[in-house]
Design a protein around this ligand. Structure first.
Ligand SMILES: C[S@@+](CC[C@H](N)C(=O)[O-])C[C@H]1O[C@@H](n2cnc3c(N)ncnc32)[C@H](O)[C@@H]1O
Length: 215
């Protein structure tokens, strides 16, 4: 009997949330992506930001002192509880956690100057739909920063998990441009090493930056 692959739902991430920050690779990945964003985008404290699929905030906590209000959105209540605990413990004034799945819930009414998302796009089934929503949530001239896996053979999560097997940069870039984004650029920002039967395998992580036209 073959088992059908399943999506990693909010309950999966709820169960992982308390231990998420114990993983040094996740910590380093967040720092490296944050550094690349800092170098690619002129951040300032007047910028409003959305971190979509924020998890425990490993991407946005390093950037919080360089930005204005940051909406920390995730579909996992467990992840958001960890974010809320870190906000309280560190006395952070510019971060707000929000339970949100943009493909299922109404979009927030506010607009953003910056949207960042790390390792979440491959969990969102409809890439074109989420790109459209990100586009519409950005102010004209606002920047989208997507960090995710380069296209791989499915071994990153394994055959039992139903996710995108990373992304082909040219294809994602074309989709972003078709949605209305300009200045679409890619760079490699990190690599995740995983032990496999055949030895260690590296999974590169890209950062795509793109600008909503109009400013
Ligand atoms: C691999 S984790 C990455 C977490 C964090 N961005 C990081 O880099 O450590 C993916 C995150 O996306 C969230 N997620 C998955 N699908 C989502 C959706 N449709 N809407 C919002 N968040 C989602 C999960 O709950 C999880 O926190």
């Amino acid at each position: 009997m073959t088992t059908r692959p399943t999506q990693l739902d909010a309950a999966h991430f709820d169960a992982k949330a308390r231990q998420w920050d114990d993983n040094p690779v996740f910590q380093e990945r967040g720092l490296k992506i944050a550094q690349a964003i800092r170098q690619a985008v002129a951040l300032n404290k007047r910028m409003s930001a959305l971190d979509y699929g924020c998890g425990t905030g490993l991407l946005s906590f390093p950037l919080k002192d360089e930005l204005g209000p940051i909406l920390m959105a995730d579909s996992s209540g467990g992840m958001l509880e960890v974010v809320a605990g870190k906000i309280a413990a560190q006395g952070v004034a510019n971060m707000t956690p929000m339970k949100l799945d943009l493909l299922a819930d109404p979009a927030p009414t506010q607009q953003f100057d910056l949207i960042v998302t790390s390792m979440t796009l491959h969990h969102v089934p409809d890439t074109d739909a989420i790109l459209r929503i990100f586009h519409d949530l950005l102010n004209p001239g606002g920047t989208l920063c997507i960090a995710d896996l380069d296209q791989e053979d499915g071994s990153f999560h394994g055959p039992e998990v139903d996710v995108h097997h990373g992304f082909d940069r040219a294809d994602l870039g074309r989709r972003a441009a078709a949605t209305g984004f300009a200045d679409v650029r890619f760079q490699t920002v990190f690599s995740i090493a995983k032990a496999r039967e055949t030895g260690t395998r590296d999974y590169p992580v890209f950062l795509m930056t793109a600008r909503r036209a109009g400013a």
